[in-house]
Design a protein around this ligand. Structure first.
Ligand SMILES: CC(C)(COP(=O)(O)OP(=O)(O)OC[C@H]1O[C@@H](n2cnc3c(N)ncnc32)[C@H](O)[C@@H]1OP(=O)(O)O)[C@@H](O)C(=O)NCCC(=O)NCCS
Length: 218
């Protein structure tokens, strides 16, 4: 099985969206544990818009031509962020309580403005989603997609690359690639704004124990 990595060009966007739905959503350890593995209308809309930014990468099996890995990236600029990060009431906006708590955890685990300020840059490239087909895992595909994304970001003048890892395996890639660990948010002890321990009755499979924010200067 020989695999090549390439940018997600406009002709690959629909296949990428299908790959995200079939191979990323059902397998992300946190989404799986909480049971949020279906693609909602809102998710489809935002994922499509990120893919259309033209910053994402995929892995393709050279023999079959099929997509076997996908990394969706987006660029975040300080000029686009509000002065004060709003506390978003996701439940009032219609999200389920479990998914709302996950979104709050993400907001707490990854503070974009603080990262940009700390690293004194006006924009960063952020990994939004990363998935590899189950038949192709543990062959270095995720590692290669992250390396390609960083290289391309640097060529585009982006000085910082950031990842919020929900999986122990992406954490491993970040550690191997020399990222700085910014923050570890443990699944078992995270307390949301209502002071409830979100994960006390949710079983995130081992070895995935925390959402960890990593950053690397390019
Ligand atoms: C996470 C994921 C993208 C990794 O893809 P991959 O192509 O298998 O990753 P790599 O082959 O580059 O491996 C990365 C590191 O994790 C380790 N790893 C990957 N899968 C592993 C497994 N099942 N058990 C133990 N270690 C594993 C690898 O050994 C490697 O570390 P090393 O280089 O120090 O040996 C893939 O498992 C996946 O799609 N998971 C479901 C979706 C998900 O969790 N996405 C990430 C959300 S942040």
């Amino acid at each position: 099985m020989s695999v090549t990595c390439k940018p997600v060009t406009p002709d690959l966007i629909q296949e990428a969206l299908g790959f995200y739905k079939e191979h990323y959503l059902p397998n992300d350890p946190l989404l799986k544990a909480v049971g949020c593995t279906e693609m909602t209308h809102v998710d489809r809309h935002s994922t499509l818009s990120y893919l259309q930014e033209g910053l994402s990468w995929c892995a393709v099996d050279k023999t079959t031509g099929r997509m076997v890995g996908l990394q969706i990236n987006r660029c975040v600029k300080i000029a686009d962020l509000p002065d004060v990060a709003p506390t978003i009431d996701y439940v009032r906006r219609g999200w389920s309580r479990k998914l709302s708590s996950i979104l709050c955890l993400f907001d707490s685990a990854f503070d974009t403005k603080q990262i940009l300020t700390t690293y004194k840059v006006d924009k960063l490239m952020r990994l939004f989603a990363l998935g590899v087909h189950c038949d192709y895992k543990k062959r270095g595909i995720a590692t290669e997609l992250i390396k390609r994304s960083m290289h391309h970001a640097a060529q585009d003048g982006v000085m910082l690359f950031a990842v919020l890892c929900t999986s122990a395996y992406t954490k491993r890639v970040c550690e191997n690639q020399g990222f700085d660990k910014v923050k570890d948010t443990s699944y078992s002890t995270y307390v949301d704004e209502t002071q409830s321990v979100l994960y006390k009755d949710i079983d995130v499979e081992e070895p995935h124990t925390a959402a960890t924010c990593y950053v690397k200067r390019l």
